[in-house]
Design a protein around this ligand. Structure first.
Ligand code: HEM
Length: 378
């Protein structure tokens, strides 16, 4: 370790002199100081620091999923990172409350001096979206230009490099595809679950047909919606149907990955599936919190500038609201809930498979502890 002449100070460690001299108000430079520009700058800078933390966590999480094998300890660390990201995201939403202590009129005191600068040019935000899994073709465009056209050339190079690498969504898809237990000797989750669903829907249809309270038209309409559910289920089990839906943009995850995610959700009480389940839930939290931020930011923008165009040239609120609806990254995991059936109808797992998936702590220690022994490995 390098020897120091003086003990390290708080200010040195945090490089406070540099950090605290980075708040240059444009309004002051232009000779018309606007009080609230300080808050505006500091809030944005705080965002960029937290973006840095999110990207740093993503480095580790993506490292864990970069190899052909991910063991339980890696999964635990990944979940830890995901949880941290979600907590940071929540903080990012709350920061907008602080910024909203600035009124629209206070903002107008300096807004004209910002053009054409905009949060639209935040490279770190684009990197977060990209590394999580948002692809250029999935982006909402508000003019004919690609989203990176407004970035500085060196930032564009960094964004393109990130786009060329596997995203977390790609990695999660690979990992899900490697999930063991779904098809092992004597057990095929697809077949067993498909049958359970068909039985459930048939029973539902029988209940509708036998219901004396329903008119003939109501029976037809209920039966038609059960048929729609059946067809949706088909896309989970029928590879060709799934492929067609991917082409329409209705699914993004692969057929195998979706089945694995379904299996993990349904049988999450099995010990071996608890960490995978927590990971999938955490990824949904990231998606949901990012979407919440997008809506919250869009609302704040409407409050601040109404229907004015943004300093970056977009339609402002309208554009941002559309990104909230369409820039979903793990939306497939949400859509999967359509295919859950009640626990009471869930087919049990074969005994030997359950033993392989669980732990048991019997008295006497050594005889207990049946460890799982599965084919494959996640
Ligand atoms: C008075 C407060 C704010 C206003 C009026 C505002 C306005 C806007 C507008 C109109 C856009 C659309 C692009 C454009 O035409 O400029 C935008 C995009 C964006 N803003 Fe803000 N913003 C504010 C605060 C913030 C804060 C605190 C952040 C935090 C970093 C932020 C981050 C972003 C990002 C990342 C985008 C790109 C979103 C996307 O393309 O999906 N904004 N903002």
């Amino acid at each position: 370790m390098a020897k120091r002449d003086k003990p390290l100070t708080y200010a040195e460690h945090l490089q406070l002199e540099r950090l605290l001299s980075c708040q240059q108000r444009q309004s002051e430079l232009h000779g018309r100081p606007a009080h609230d520009e300080m808050l505006f700058i500091v809030v944005h800078q705080a965002y960029e620091l937290w973006f840095k933390v999110i990207l740093f966590e993503l480095d580790r999480i993506q490292d864990i999923f970069s190899g052909p094998r991910t063991d339980d300890s890696g999964l635990g660390a990944a979940i830890h990172g995901v949880t941290r990201i979600v907590e940071v995201q929540k903080l990012l939403i709350h920061q907008l409350d602080v910024l909203e202590t600035m009124t629209p009129m206070d903002f107008l005191d300096f807004r004209d001096l910002l053009v054409p600068a905009s949060g639209f040019q935040s490279l770190q935000f684009r990197l977060i979206e990209t590394r999580l899994g948002l692809r250029p073709a999935e982006r909402v465009s508000f003019d004919e230009r690609p989203v990176d056209a407004r970035l500085e050339p060196e930032d564009r190079v960094r964004l393109r490099a990130a786009e060329a690498r596997p995203s977390l969504r790609d990695q999660i898809e690979d990992w899900l595809e490697r999930t063991p237990f779904i098809q092992v000797s004597g057990y095929d989750f697809r077949e067993v679950y498909r049958q359970a669903v068909v039985d459930m829907l048939e029973q539902d249809a029988a209940l509708v047909r036998d219901n004396p309270m329903l008119s003939a038209a109501e029976v037809d309409s209920e039966l038609a919606s059960i048929e729609v559910s059946r067809q949706r289920f088909d896309s989970i089990f029928d590879e060709a149907r799934h492929r067609a839906l991917v082409e329409e943009g209705a699914w993004r995850l692969s057929w195998r990955a979706l089945q694995a995610a379904l299996f993990i959700n349904l049988y999450r009480s099995e010990p071996v599936l608890q960490l995978p389940f927590r990971l999938l839930s955490g990824l949904m939290d990231i998606d949901e919190t990012l979407t919440n931020w997008r809506y919250r930011h869009a609302l704040m923008v409407q409050r601040m500038i109404g229907r004015k165009v943004g300093t970056g040239g977009s339609s402002g609120h309208d554009y941002l609201r559309r990104t909230a609806e369409l820039h979903r990254i793990f939306g497939d995991l949400f859509a999967l809930s359509t295919f859950f059936i009640p626990r009471s109808r869930l087919p049990g797992l074969p005994d030997d498979l359950r033993r392989a998936m669980g732990y048991s702590y019997a008295q006497g220690g050594a005889q207990g502890g049946a460890r799982r022994d599965a084919e494959g490995g996640a």
